[in-house]
Design a protein around this ligand. Sequence first.
Ligand code: SAH
Length: 359
Amino acid sequence: MSHPRTDLAALEIGELEAALERRGVERFHARQLYRWIYKRGVTDIDRMTDLSRTLRETIRNEFVLSTPRVVGDERSIDGTRKFLLELADARRIEAVFIPDTPSMTFCISTQVGCAMACGFCLTGKMGLVRNLTAGEIAGQVRVLAAATDMLDHPFNIVLMGMGEPLHNYDETMKALRILADAHGFAISPRRITLSTVGLLPSLERLAREPLMPNLAISLHSTTEGQRDMLVPINRRYGLKELLDACRRFPLKRRERITFEYVLLSGVNDTPEDARRLVRLLSGIKGKVNLLPLNEAAGIPFERPSDERVNRFAKILADHGVTVSVRKSRGRDIRAACGQLITETSRTAAPGKRLAMMMG
Ligand code: SAH
């Protein structure tokens, strides 16, 4: 009789040690497994050749190692690569490799779809399909690191793919612990950035985590009324409370919160908006990252001209706010911010799309 097997990919090392011990296997083999899975990027238990045959057999009988399957790999002229990954239940997500920014960065997803429904984001149009497991979140890093030959190189991770990480809090934090483990990737939390719309209770929880990633807040607006429309979660957790929480957020020396601000032509990119932003951020250790909108069909906003972007940036800089403009990468392959979407008309074959349109 078969029993459900435990997924090795979803276990922190302590859990793996305990799971092995329960099956009569010595704990130290957990470290060996971690090395194979994370340092060498091996996805097949039979290729873990320093484990005895009998041990491999025990492990195969008791565990699975599930790894997202690469079903698409598109390359941008700027070197960015967008991976379409299929999960065990055939759901699909996207993850992006962005070289030279100045270091190497993997942009990974935390959910299939997203429930936040921000007005300018394509992923938001999907709605939430489901949360990813810790194994699926960390698994994207395994797959991308292996596919890009980065297993032996340092890289950064941004949780800026599909999904709202704080809306899938436990699995996201577990994935970060798996990625940080010294026997695996050993990725320092300083190399990881978590981007959020600001779900307040979860943000307060994050403030107390021992393992603390860099924080990026998707602000996008300087008034409650407008943010209510652009980032609907603002109706529940408003701008003022969000900024108060940022003021209280524990930061070490030299650490700063990044405030992301997507620029929508004629909507939130005026000089008044810029000046309001300066006032809102006063007293917060932060910097601003401007994201000129990546346009897409179905998104009812326009990207501002470079002139408008520069005017906005200059007002911030003139008032002493550190500001950068995000260079959008991989726009030609729709890998840029807010352009990740799966399981909808964009990926469906034309025939299927027609069938969907006709209900
Ligand atoms: N849910 C998280 C992380 C994912 S999005 C969050 O909202 O922070 C990463 C960033 O891309 C966010 O700041 C998001 O608002 C921004 N973004 C979404 N759609 C965009 C678009 N069309 N153009 C530019 N940036 C966009």
